[in-house]
Design a protein. Structure first.
Length: 92
């Protein structure tokens, strides 16, 4: 994965070139490139957030499933047995 700031830097370079360019067609191409870099920065931020959330979810699952056992000793092919319990409905 790349850092979103890398993409933002590339977008900024394109915007600088737009300022330095007089040909309308070239300016349009550079603006489109800048927009593409901005879109990649946004996408990378979203992917990074999803990866962090997955890491947290896996860490919780690993802690529950192994009760301190090393990760290599885990059987990840099935959910932990405590996931089979029916959720509480709150009705008495």
């Amino acid at each position: 994965m790349s850092d979103p700031t890398d993409f933002l830097s590339l977008a900024a370079q394109c915007f600088q070139l737009v300022d330095d360019t007089r040909a309308p067609d070239d300016r349009t191409v550079l603006m489109n490139m800048a927009q593409a870099w901005l879109n990649l920065a946004i996408e990378e931020e979203e992917v990074t957030k999803l990866v962090r959330e997955a890491d947290v979810a896996f860490e919780i699952r690993a802690t529950d499933a192994t009760r301190g056992a090393p990760l290599w000793a885990m059987d990840l092919s099935a959910p932990p047995s405590n996931w089979d319990a029916a959720p509480s409905t709150g009705a008495a």
